[in-house]
Design a protein around this ligand. Structure first.
Ligand code: PLP
Ligand code: SF4
Length: 425
């Protein structure tokens, strides 16, 4: 299968869009797509979306912009700007203002930039001791875009192998100076939009350097759900699999952090083949997703996802709370509801699927799990715990917050006992 992308430039050429969407829905894609990232492809359109039942279709809502993803005010601003045929810079300035309102750098993503001597390593992020995030310059895009994602400021491709070499040598040097780091997590965008050859330019130096503490190379990817052909029939699929094998044979573990949002992404024949081929290299696939309204806000759906993942030989890893950015209001599930969904789904699956942890807010101070809502002396409270923290001493220590049925993120929570700050603030 040959990859074909659909963006604002050509989505009107899709027969499904012509025949299944109303003029207002088509217009909404154009308006919202100017603010939130929009890219689909032929696999997503033809094999994952059920065009006969769009109002309930999770993958449609995951990839195609919807009117309600912007506030009424923002929507009107863009609609008016488009109608008035503003110049590109004028439109851009309106769009940028709206994006700025949507909190693009949520959770301190722009902090935790490691330094080497005087050099800021801007393509890396080191928040937790053991694991460094590495954003290769050539992987700042994806096979399709999720409407809930706000990594769009990064979505510009720079196609240059020299960068790879430069970036990787800085990473190697940093790892030599930081023996506490055991895991390098390649992320993006999606690192697997890179050719096998380019990915190898990044990975070989890690394998060839003397890094006794490096245990695992992780790859954060949504290629399995958005383009499983990446591992099956792209022209360098076999080279890619050989690269995975090479990592495993070198004694470094290769861990896929695979991003799946709905069981519909786990049902195609080509996905099954892709997973088999990856697992045959010795790589291990772990799975993660946020819980989101309109997509997967149901215990049955999560139980189905985890079961199916275990069937396919994958290991359920994280259920996240949707970040406080972009179209968060559209996707938001309250912390209490997220916990209820997690608990009910967790209680319905085999212990082999209970490797999953959630619901977790990946927030500025750390990853905070909602353990649940307790009632003490007729008063409800949230019970929470860090599974990762800026300060490792915070990890594993349960703590409380005032009950707030509307809370959707950590900053909606307040400590109990009249204290004004949490211990980590
Ligand atoms: C989630 C995350 C990691 C990885 O954490 P694990 O719990 O080891 O999977 C690393 N760095 C950052 C900044 C993260 O958000
Ligand atoms: S695949 Fe990941 S990085 Fe790409 S759009 Fe989706 S959430 Fe964002």
């Amino acid at each position: 299968m040959r990859y074909q992308a659909y963006t604002l430039k050509n989505y009107l050429t899709l027969s499904q869009v012509q025949s299944s969407l109303s003029p207002a829905e088509i217009e909404a894609i154009r308006v919202v797509g100017n603010v939130l990232p929009f890219k689909a492809n032929n696999y997503v359109v033809n094999e994952l979306i059920d065009w006969g039942n769009l109002s309930n279709d999770p993958i449609y809502h995951l990839t195609f912009p919807q009117k309600e993803m912007l506030s009424h005010k923002h929507f009107q601003e863009i609609e008016k700007a488009l109608k008035n045929n503003l110049s590109a810079p004028e439109l851009k300035s309106i769009v940028d203002n709206i994006r700025y309102d949507l909190n693009p750098n949520s959770s301190g993503q722009m902090e935790n930039i490691p330094v080497l001597g005087e050099v800021k390593l801007s393509g890396m992020q080191h928040q937790y001791n053991e694991t460094i995030l590495f954003f290769p310059r050539s992987s700042q895009t994806c096979h399709a875009y999720c409407t809930f994602c706000f990594r769009w400021p990064q979505f510009v491709g720079i196609d240059d192998l020299k960068f790879a070499a430069q970036e990787t040598s800085l990473l190697v040097e940093y790892l030599q100076q930081h023996p506490e780091v055991t895991d390098v997590l390649f992320t993006g965008g999606d690192p697997l939009v890179m050719s096998a050859k380019k990915l190898q330019e990044y990975i070989d130096p890690l394998l060839n350097a003397d890094l006794p503490n490096l245990q695992t190379i992780r790859i954060g990817t949504k290629a399995l759900s958005y383009w499983p052909y990446r591992f099956v029939s792209d022209k360098d699929s076999d080279d890619l699999l050989r690269l995975f094998e090479k990592v495993v044979n070198s004694g470094v573990q290769l861990a896929f952090m695979a991003h799946f949002n709905h069981s519909n992404e786990l049902k195609t024949k080509v996905l099954e083949t892709a997973i088999k081929r990856i697992r045959n290299t010795g790589a291990v696939i772990r799975t993660q997703s946020p819980i989101m309204n309109h997509i997967n806000n149901s215990a049955d759906e999560w139980a189905e996802m985890w079961k199916r993942q275990v069937n396919l030989g994958c290991i359920p890893y994280y259920m996240f709370v949707a970040r406080d950015t972009g179209a968060q209001k559209y996707f938001a599930v309250t912390l209490e509801d997220a916990w209820k969904v997690y608990r009910e789904a967790y209680s319905k699956v085999s212990g082999l699927a209970r490797t999953v942890r959630g619901p977790i807010m990946s927030a500025n101070p750390g990853k905070v799990q909602v353990l649940g809502v307790n009632e003490i002396n007729n008063e409800k409270i949230f019970n929470l715990m860090f599974t990762q923290g800026r300060n490792p001493n915070w990890v594993g220590q349960p703590f409380f917050a005032k009950y707030n049925p509307d809370a959707i993120w950590l900053n909606d929570l307040k400590p109990i006992d009249g204290k004004s700050k949490f211990f980590f603030e």
